[in-house]
Design a protein. Structure first.
Length: 189
């Protein structure tokens, strides 16, 4: 943000003109003097200062709205270390999420058709997340909160570890085990 400068009043034109040595510079100095007066008048106008503050807030509000409902559809997070992140309400549909999502907050995240093959979701919070038609082959879902999870019978959980999942929706564990999921307590690094 710019710092407001309160300018001193410019000298009268006849005083300025007396100090000029070359006649051909008069139009240039007249324009300069005119600009000094405009700057002086505007520097003392508090309304412009208020507008400057409001414009700063406008930029802040635009950034909040832009990132507030992040759409990361079709993004590639393969091998990314996103542990302990908060991606609540993000659109991760069709994304490649073969990443470390350990202890992440993924509340109400749209992960339709997402590839979570070998993803580390240990202790993650998937409350209200949508995993319809997602691939979780060999994913680590140990101690994951699945409250209000949206899922479909096309969810691929082959070799996924579902040991200790919390608040699993009705029928989820039976479906997962039937589809080849495991329930193994492993050492927690």
């Amino acid at each position: 943000m710019r710092v407001r400068l309160h300018r001193k009043r410019p000298e009268p034109w006849n005083v300025r003109r007396q100090g000029l040595k070359r006649g051909w510079t008069v139009p240039l100095w007249a324009f300069e003097w005119f600009c000094e007066w405009i700057a002086f008048v505007l520097s003392n106008w508090s309304f412009l200062e208020v507008l400057e503050y409001l414009s700063s807030f406008g930029v802040l509000i635009a950034v909040i709205f832009y990132f507030g409902d992040a759409s990361l559809a079709r993004s590639n997070f393969s091998a990314a270390d996103l542990r302990d992140c908060d991606l609540s309400f993000a659109d991760l549909s069709d994304a490649d999420l073969r990443a470390n999502l350990r202890h992440c907050i993924l509340r109400s995240v749209n992960m339709e058709h997402a590839d979570l093959t070998e993803a580390d979701l240990f202790g993650a919070d998937l409350t209200g997340a949508d995993l319809s038609r997602a691939t979780l082959v060999s994913a680590d879902l140990r101690n994951t909160n699945l409250a209000s999870l949206k899922w479909s019978d096309t969810l691929n959980l082959k070799n996924a570890n579902i040991f200790g999942v919390k608040n699993a929706p009705e029928g989820f564990i039976a479906y997962a085990l039937k589809g080849g999921a495991l329930q193994k307590e492993l050492d927690n690094p």
